[in-house]
Design a protein around this ligand. Structure first.
Ligand SMILES: [Ca+2]
Length: 213
């Protein structure tokens, strides 16, 4: 039989193990408030037209429903939600509520907005760890190229690109990224060089954040 002291030591050891365990995968659905991803078994975070305008310090949960300590700010907003993403669920992929919509932005004037350049900031990341970001965006019924360039600034700067036009299953991943010394990664959206859309539409539908080690 364990003495109270030993039991306490065992409990403290268990707590320490939990505290140093890596945060699980974080999933964020960007899109319309009408089609948020609500999944009690595997929670998502939702950013939509009701909260994206001046989002500050959204506390992100991982897919195990644990608070991760990672916070999301939107430093420069999108234009609004677009419902035109792919609605067919892929085996093992993201749910339709996440792939079927997105938040969009534009350079040439559209819906009274122009020269939008969305900027997102993740805070509270561990500067000693590396993170892989996975981006997905879909805009079906497109007859042009709608490539979005996602530039990520952490300890170094990296950019990845994805064409949302008629995209059903392509995602783009970064290499393992080190956050800046203050634990942040800043993500800026711009149209890719291949983007031929008249408004230079760019999109973000899903962001997945996972630890690389
Ligand atoms: Ca959604």
């Amino acid at each position: 039989m364990k003495t109270p002291a030993l039991l306490l030591a065992a409990l403290l050891a268990a707590a320490a193990t939990t505290a140093t365990a890596s945060a699980g995968t974080i999933l964020i659905d960007f899109g319309s408030s009408a089609t948020r991803t609500e999944s009690p078994d595997s929670p998502w975070n939702n950013v939509d037209e009701t909260n994206q305008g001046a989002l500050e310090g959204m506390s992100l949960v991982d897919t195990q429903a644990k608070e991760t300590g990672v916070l999301l700010d939107i430093l420069s907003p999108f234009g609004g939600p677009n419902p035109g993403g792919v609605k067919t669920e892929r085996l093992g992929g993201f749910p339709v509520t996440a792939t079927g919509d997105s938040l969009y932005a534009n350079i040439e004037r559209f819906n009274s907005h122009e020269n939008l350049r969305p900027v997102l900031r993740l805070r509270g990341l561990d500067p000693r760890r590396k993170y892989v970001l996975t981006f997905f965006a879909s805009r079906m019924g497109s007859s042009d190229n709608r490539t979005t360039r996602y530039t990520i600034e952490g300890a170094a700067t990296e950019a990845v690109e994805l064409d949302a036009a008629n995209n059903t299953d392509r995602t783009i991943k970064t290499t393992p990224l080190s956050p800046a010394r203050d634990g942040s990664l800043v993500i800026t959206l711009t149209p890719g060089a291949a983007n031929t859309n008249a408004n230079r539409f760019m999109y973000l539908g899903v962001l997945e954040i996972s630890t690389a080690d």
